[in-house]
Design a binder for this molecule. Structure first.
Ligand SMILES: Nc1ncnc2c1ncn2[C@@H]1O[C@H](COP(=O)(O)OP(=O)(O)OP(=O)(O)O)[C@@H](O)[C@H]1O
Ligand SMILES: [Mg+2]
Length: 184
């Protein structure tokens, strides 16, 4: 988990990791393919239905149609949304939209999930549901997630936390210790 005040550089760091920004100095190395989940899912779901949106991310891979179908179904099952495969995106809740975005990354077999305040627009129950889901996906699929948050309760679900200030890492380590530092 990546924490820090507004303007500390969390989103900038994710954009550097994904190549949306290029560093003026130094070098960024990322091992594995990544999926990026935005704070506002309306900024990344582009197709009319759930299934079409997850399939859209596979377009560049030139896969046979049956493989696309299998991957979409498997990815939606992983986020507990297979039953909504035909549902229009506009008819989803915020938490469901975030799960569709995560399914898109899983369908592409991403190894790293970069999530920029994915719970910012969610109510407390959906917030915990999403962080629990991502933490179980990380374990079950051997993924790495870098999760940006302002909500200290989410620290319960990570195994390491990093605190940014003014573009610098000012502390990092066990979540309990970081929480104690932030709660002071
Ligand atoms: N493309 C850009 N060019 C120049 N400065 C930028 C650019 N994008 C962001 N910044 C600046 O970099 C700093 C870090 O911004 P960033 O969006 O990474 O913060 P953040 O930690 O994600 O904050 P928040 O919690 O509000 O989302 C801010 O001062 C911001 O104004
Ligand atoms: Mg940000």
């Amino acid at each position: 988990m990546l924490l820090g005040d507004n303007g500390s550089g969390k989103s900038t760091l994710l954009k550097l990791l994904t190549g949306l920004l290029t560093p003026q100095q130094g070098q960024v190395n990322i091992n594995g393919t990544f999926g990026y989940v935005f704070q506002n899912p309306d900024h990344q779901l582009v197709m009319p239905t759930v299934g079409a949106d997850v399939a859209f991310g596979l377009v560049g891979e030139h896969l046979p149609l049956s493989t696309v179908r299998d991957r979409v179904f498997e990815a939606l099952s992983a986020v507990n949304l297979a039953h909504l495969i035909r549902r229009p995106i506009y008819a989803l809740s915020g938490g469901q939209k975030q799960r569709v975005a995560i399914a898109g990354a899983i369908a592409r077999h991403c190894e790293v999930l970069l999530l920029d305040e994915p719970t910012a627009l969610l109510d407390p129950d959906s917030q915990i549901e999403l962080v629990t889901l991502v933490s179980s996906l990380v374990k079950a699929r051997n993924l790495t997630a870098l999760w940006v948050t302002h909500r200290l309760i989410e620290l319960d679900y990570c195994d390491r936390a990093v605190l940014l200030r003014d573009g610098h890492v000012i502390d990092q380590g066990a979540p309990d210790r970081l929480r104690a530092v932030l709660e002071k």
